[in-house]
Design a protein around this ligand. Structure first.
Ligand SMILES: NC(=O)c1ccc[n+]([C@@H]2O[C@H](COP(=O)([O-])OP(=O)(O)OC[C@H]3O[C@@H](n4cnc5c(N)ncnc54)[C@H](OP(=O)(O)O)[C@@H]3O)[C@@H](O)[C@H]2O)c1
Length: 298
């Protein structure tokens, strides 16, 4: 067998079977759908690559990265709780990963571990499918963690956004994302998460509502009330399990357009596949791997 991760692209030499190993690290990790999606994609394009999930607790991250260097792993995804901590363990970062200060995709490029943030495209792409002009758009974001940072970097690619109101509990994290947004020349406004009256007022005025907190994961109710969601709004909940969160259910009732969390999962996965292989992601195959024969939920 040839050395893992050291051979040229197998698509160029039909008689050479190149094996490469990929993985995802995080904790918890059992629920990850990335192995399903990436393995289906590798198989479809005839790459002899495999992708598995490793549970890596926070205090074992450094050792895990060292081990992956030793086996010359070809690439890996990074999820909760490592997206920020991983940054200082890598050799190089893409420009946007550096700005976001977080990494969810690592590629072994000639022995160097290079960090990317494909959550940025993961969030922006489903939004771009629904909004052609961002001119004058008011955005409401719940949460100020890694996904909020990725959202801000993505939204900064768009011209004309009027305001981005961000609600969070932890004021230090909130201030940090506001600083990031302002550095990106976005008009970001901070709000205390507990200020429900302001939340309703801002919600009523927002054309795009984005939940980047984990509210909904355990079936919790969203603090955004149905009566304050505009029917011409776009409502995006990045929580993908359950597929229909309380926020999305409310949005559907008002007639607003919704974006499911799995759309981010898919888009960030397409981008990671493309970074690792240099090939176009087989999008339908990856989608089917998630939804099986039942198709995309509505
Ligand atoms: N669809 C996808 O592909 C995808 C990708 C990445 C993440 N996600 C999901 O998105 C969520 C956030 O991920 P992340 O990486 O951004 O996490 P993170 O960096 O840990 O940030 C989480 C944010 O959510 C807030 N939060 C958490 N629980 C809350 C609660 N009960 N009430 C109010 N605020 C709460 C936190 O507020 P404080 O600062 O006050 O603690 C923080 O701002 C996770 O549930 C994750 O599963 C989905």
């Amino acid at each position: 067998m040839s050395g893992i991760g050291t051979n040229p692209s197998p698509s160029k030499g039909a008689d050479v079977i190149t094996s490469k190993a990929f993985c995802i690290i995080g904790n918890p990790i059992e629920q990850s759908l990335s192995p399903l999606m990436q393995n289906a994609a590798f198989k479809h394009v005839n790459l002899n690559y495999s992708y598995i999930a490793f549970k890596v607790p926070a205090d074992e991250l450094q050792g895990a990265v060292e081990s992956m260097r030793k086996i010359s792993i070809a690439g890996f995804n990074v999820t909760i709780p490592h997206k920020v901590e991983i940054v200082k363990l890598l050799d190089k970062l893409s420009n946007e990963a550096m700005i976001a200060g977080s990494v969810n995709t690592v590629s072994n490029e000639n022995g160097l571990l290079v960090g990317y943030n494909t959550d940025i495209d993961g969030i922006l792409e489903p939004i771009e499918k629904r909004i052609s002009s961002f001119e004058g758009l008011n955005v409401l974001i719940l949460g100020a963690g890694g996904s909020c940072r990725a959202a801000l970097v993505g939204l900064a690619r768009k011209k004309g956004i009027n305001s981005i109101s961000i609600f969070n509990r932890d004021q230090t994290k909130l201030n940090n994302v506001i600083t990031l947004g302002r550095e990106l020349k976005l008009n970001c406004i901070p709000f205390r998460f507990e200020d429900t009256a302001k939340l309703s007022q801002v919600s009523k005025n927002s054309g795009l509502i984005l939940n980047t907190t984990s509210i909904g994961l355990q079936g919790e109710k969203s603090p955004i009330e149905l009566d304050f969601i505009r029917k011409d709004a776009i409502v995006f909940d990045i929580v993908y399990k359950p597929i229909n969160t309380d926020l999305l259910e409310k949005a559907k009732k008002t007639g607003a357009k919704i974006i499911f969390g799995y759309e981010m999962l898919l888009s960030q996965g397409y981008k990671a596949f493309e970074i690792w292989t240099g090939m176009k992601a087989p999008r339908e195959v990856m989608k089917q791997a998630l939804f099986g024969i039942f198709g995309e939920p509505k």
